[in-house]
Structure formats: structure tokens, C-alpha cells
Design a protein around this ligand. Structure first.
Ligand SMILES: CCCCC/C=C/C(=O)SCCNC(=O)CCNC(=O)[C@H](O)C(C)(C)COP(=O)(O)OP(=O)(O)OC[C@H]1O[C@@H](n2cnc3c(N)ncnc32)[C@H](O)[C@@H]1OP(=O)(O)O
Length: 394
């Protein structure tokens, strides 16, 4: 967190004249989380959209829609349990009752999300790849689509190399939560454009709250911990399609994915020391396990950039594909995976992940706490100032 006024102080201390040169963009970040909450109007629109669906979504989805509708409009299940032979009403009652005390607003949001994913998947079923189907509504920084049992979350700030601004952190968390509840069997994260992601948006460091830099660092650590926590807890198979270069947090998180497919154009770079920062995304734990402590040190401490082939040899990447056939090959494979029984996949992932979950959350907490301190350091501030003043790139 090279916050504007502290960075300004630094520049003044070391290079008074540079103050005229460096102008800090004070970014008004759209932390508008309420925008992500479905309004009554969104809910009504979704109800109308359901009537327009061209294909029957199937009984399981219809039960889900029914239960979410009832929960959103009436709250927790308030009907007497139907008799065992009243099969239809019993199935409806079971579905509604299973939602327990889910708040009405959450049910409304889930209903809207479900309808949105159905609209995308059912109306565009003639298309070949999830990459070409309809954009779901409501996201500023992502394109989220669902088709063929696959929810695809695409980072969508190609002009900024898919750098993660604060809004994108929130939207990814939201999209992951929605994907964990939707009907897809697997979830995919990828990037739009030539980059997978250039990591944390360094302008995140410039919008200082009234509490000053310490508060900024504290808020950053809280956000990061919650963000990484969503990856640790994600219940379905989560697959990264690394379409191009990946930097910083977009690389470290890969250790929490269930499979990582990369184009041979991709590179993997975690220049934390160069940036005066320290590893996150649980990489201080996952990387040494995946690739040996020494190889992890080369990446996380010395900032060695790996090619896709090297990352594959070290176990960080599952398989590398020629860029020219990357999309075709991986989507063919993913579609086959998505046809496997979803509950079996979920349970198998759970059994693998559960053994590590507690440890991963502890590592995440520790990494965030260390980073909070790093963001206040001169080393970190200098690096961010240099990038923002266009003095240095990676
Ligand atoms: C709160 C949670 C914190 C979590 C902690 C996470 C840590 C990390 O992720 S550390 C890694 C941070 N990332 C970087 O340091 C990368 C910085 N970017 C670069 O070095 C370069 O942009 C590049 C090597 C990624 C690409 O270089 P190039 O091909 O020459 O493209 P441009 O530099 O012209 O970039 C185009 C456009 O995108 C903007 N941009 C790219 N990356 C970032 C970024 N990380 N943050 C902010 N902005 C970024 C760049 O400024 C250009 O914008 P315009 O000048 O407006 O065109």
C-alpha cells in the first residue's frame, strides 16, 4: 500500500522536485457492494425471465427456483410437512425447508443469479464454447457465463492487463459464491485479452481513507484474507485457464486451484521482493509443497519468472498447450469433466481439501498480517511510486 500522501512524503524526502512530476491518481473505487444485491426490480425481472426460458430447466432447477422464490417472499418454510405419498408437494416442501433461515435478501439474490445463469446457458445452448455465450449481468470487471455444466469467470479489464482492483476482488468473491451454489459441475477462472492477470492493481494503494495509511493497510489485509478464503473454501472443482502472463496474486492463488491449464504464452511471476512485499494466496505454504522449498524460494523470494513449461515441470501447472489450440483443447477436456457426476466430484474435492483447510486458513491469516506491515514499509511504497510514476515495470 503505497498510499498517496505517504508516497508523496517519501518523494519529498528523497527527491523534492519529483513531486511535480509524480501525480497520484486518486481512484474513486466503486466499493458499491449494494449494487451486487438484487433489488425488488431485479427480482421481478428475473421472475419474468423465467417465463421466457425456451427450454425446460429440469425438475431439480425448478425446485430450486421454487424454494428460493418462497424463501425470498415468505421467509423460512412455514407450511406443514406434506404426507409421504404427496410426492410433488413433499419435494417442494423439502426444497424450501432445506433453505433454513437463509435471509430473504440472500434468497432473492440467489434467485436472480440462478435465473441469470439459466438465461445464459439455456438460450445459448447452440454455441460451442462457454467463451462465446452471453455475458451475465451485474458485473463491471468480470464476464461470468454458465454453459454445459461449466461456470466461467473471466477477468475482464484487458486494457489494464486484468489487474485486480478493489471492485474486482469483491466481484470475484461474489461470482465464486454464486458458482458454488449454481447448477454447474465445475468452475473456471480465466482472463480476457493477452494477459491472465497482472496481479494486484497498484492504484489500489492510492485511495486513502480518513483513518490514513494504517487503516488502508488494515482494510487491505481484511479484504485479502476474505478473498483468499473464498478460494480455500470453494467446494467444486476449480480450474484455472492461464491464457497469458500471470503476475503476483494471480500466480500465488494457483496453488489453491484443482487443476491449472496454461497456454505456452503464459509466464508466472511473483516479484514480491522487488515490490517490497511478501507472498500471499497461501503460496508460502502451497509452493514449497508443490515444487520444493528451494524452487519456491526462487519464485517467491528472488522473483524468478517461470515459463509455462518450467511451471509445469515444477508442478504448479497441470498441462501446457500450444497457444494456437489452447482454447479448443481445454474446452473439449473441460466439457468432458463437466459430464462427470457432480456430487462425486464435490465429495472427492472435499476429502482432498478438508485435510488442509484449517492449515490453509491459518497460513492465509498469517500472510495477510505480514503483508499489512509490508504495505507500510518504505520498500513497498517506493516500488508502487515507481510504477505509478512510470519509472519502472516488471
Ligand atoms: C488488497 C489485496 C492485495 C494483494 C496483494 C497482491 C500482490 C500482487 O499481486 S503483486 C503484483 C502487482 N503487479 C505488478 O506489479 C504489475 C505491474 N505492471 C507491470 O509491471 C506492467 O504493466 C506489465 C509487465 C504487467 C505489462 O507491461 P506492458 O505490456 O508494457 O503493459 P503496460 O504496462 O502498458 O500496461 C497496460 C495498462 O495496464 C496498466 N497496468 C498493468 N498492470 C497493472 C497493475 N498491476 N496495476 C495497475 N495498472 C496496471 C498499466 O498501467 C497500463 O495502463 P495505462 O497506462 O492506463 O494504459
Amino acid at each position: 500500500v503505497a498510499m498517496a500522501h505517504l508516497a508523496g512524503r517519501l518523494a519529498q524526502r528523497w527527491c523534492p522536485s519529483s513531486l511535480q512530476v509524480i501525480s497520484f491518481p486518486v481512484v474513486q473505487l466503486h466499493l458499491n457492494r449494494t449494487a451486487m444485491r438484487a433489488s425488488q426490480k431485479d427480482f421481478e425481472n428475473a421472475m419474468n425471465q423465467v417465463k421466457l426460458l425456451k427450454k425446460d430447466p429440469g425438475n431439480e432447477v425448478k425446485l430450486k427456483l421454487y424454494s428460493l422464490y418462497k424463501q425470498a417472499t415468505e421467509g423460512p418454510c412455514n407450511m406443514p410437512k406434506p404426507g409421504v405419498f404427496d410426492l410433488i408437494n413433499k419435494a417442494k416442501w423439502d426444497a424450501w425447508n432445506a433453505l433454513g433461515n437463509l435471509p430473504k435478501e440472500t434468497a432473492r439474490q440467489n434467485y436472480v443469479d440462478l435465473v441469470s445463469s439459466l438465461s445464459s446457458s439455456l438460450e445459448s445452448s447452440s454455441q460451442v464454447e462457454p467463451g462465446t455465450d452471453r455475458k451475465s449481468t451485474g458485473y463491471e470487471t468480470l464476464m461470468v457465463t454458465s454453459e454445459d455444466g461449466i461456470t466461467k469467470i473471466m477477468l475482464n479489464r484487458p486494457t489494464k492487463k486484468n489487474a485486480l482492483n478493489v471492485e474486482m476482488y469483491h466481484e470475484i468473491m461474489h461470482a465464486l459464491k454464486a458458482a458454488s451454489k449454481d447448477d454447474s459441475a465445475i468452475t473456471v477462472l480465466t482472463g480476457n485479452g493477452d494477459y491472465y492477470s497482472s496481479g494486484n492493481d497498484l492504484t489500489n494503494f492510492t485511495d486513502i481513507p480518513p483513518g490514513g495509511v494504517e487503516e488502508k493497510a488494515k482494510n487491505g489485509a481484511i479484504l485479502l484474507r476474505e478473498f483468499v478464503g473464498c478460494f480455500i473454501d470453494f467446494p467444486k472443482p476449480l480450474i484455472a485457464l492461464v491464457n497469458g502472463p500471470a503476475v503476483g496474486i494471480s500466480v500465488t492463488l494457483l496453488g489453491l486451484f484443482d487443476a491449472v491449464y496454461a497456454s505456452d504464452r503464459a509466464t508466472f511471476h511473483t516479484p514480491f521482493s522487488h515490490l517490497g512485499q511478501s507472498p500471499e494466496g497461501c503460496s508460502s505454504y502451497t509452493f514449497p509443497k508443490i515444487m520444493s522449498p528451494a524452487k519456491a524460494t526462487e519464485m517467491l523470494v528472488f522473483g524468478k519468472k517461470l515459463t509455462a513449461g518450467e511451471a509445469c515441470a515444477q508442478g504448479l501447472v497441470t498441462e501446457v498447450f500450444p497457444d494456437s489450440t489452447f482454447q479448443k483443447e481445454v474446452w473439449t477436456r473441460l466439457k468432458a469433466f463437466a459430464k462427470l457426476p457432480p456430487n462425486a466430484m464435490r465429495i472427492s474435492k472435499e476429502i482432498i481439501r478438508n485435510r488442509e483447510k484449517e492449515k490453509l486458513h491459518a497460513v492465509n491469516a498469517e500472510e495477510c498480517s505480514v503483508l499489512q506491515g509490508r504495505w507500510l514499509s518504505d520498500e513497498c511504497m517506493n516500488a508502487v511510486v515507481n510504477f505509478l510514476s512510470r519509472k519502472s515495470k516488471l
